[in-house]
Write a protein that binds this ligand. Structure first.
Ligand SMILES: [Zn+2]
Length: 215
């Protein structure tokens, strides 16, 4: 029997016409936060649904900050879903700075800019955890949407483990590689070297740069 992932009073949905097309916008209340799933095309009871589980990043997503690649990944995910003709973007709140919150995240930026600390050390220097994001709401949302298995747009193997641990089978990981820039190369390098993200575009970045400067 199908077990409800959410109570009716914690979910609301409507059509949402965007620049990219018309999505079904499904809003959820979970664990003190409000999240949203943007659903494109038919995904209910489907296998291999293209899914992005996106952690909220106000500076990157809304303001186009270049110190991380979140905003670009958000855009690229929605474009990939529309191109495919179906898919889901789950937008998770409460994930600022990998879960430390907005004020703390901006404090880490100060340490990064003034002391050259990377994205991990700047958090631990403040006595904060490096990653406390909870993916339980994402799994519940995907269950509510009756998605059977997913192809996850992500470079983060931990995210796959987390979803599978919460009962969402990940059939494949689809890389979501953004071109590095001078503002985020340090951040991307730390994610590759210290958080285990699969970021092959970072490996070739210095080569590309020296190639350009040599011309
Ligand atoms: Zn970001």
């Amino acid at each position: 029997m199908y077990e409800k992932a959410f109570n009716d009073e914690d979910v609301a949905e409507s059509d949402l016409v965007t620049r990219r097309g018309t999505f079904r916008a499904v809003a959820f209340k979970a664990d003190g936060h409000e999240h949203m799933a943007l659903v494109f095309g038919k995904i209910r009871m489907r296998e291999n649904v293209l899914v992005r589980v996106h952690s909220e990043c106000m500076t990157g997503d809304i303001f186009g900050a270049m110190r991380c690649e979140c905003g670009e990944q958000l855009d690229a995910s929605l474009e990939a879903i529309v191109r495919e003709g179906s898919g889901v973007l789950v937008y998770l709140r409460g994930h600022e700075g990998r879960g430390i919150g907005l004020v703390a995240k901006v404090r880490t930026h100060v340490l990064q800019d003034e002391q050259g600390l990377d994205t991990l050390d700047s958090a631990t220097e403040l006595g904060l955890p490096v990653d406390i994001r909870d993916y339980t709401p994402a799994a519940r949302i995907l269950k509510h949407l009756r998605v059977q298995t997913v192809r996850l747009l992500s470079n983060n193997p931990d995210k796959i483990e987390a979803l599978e641990a919460h009962g969402i089978p990940v059939a494949a990981r689809v890389p979501l590689l953004m071109a590095p820039n001078t503002h985020n190369i340090g951040y991307l390098t730390a994610k590759r070297d210290r958080l285990g993200h699969d970021l092959p575009q970072v490996d070739v970045y210095p080569t590309v740069q020296s190639g350009r400067s040599a011309q």
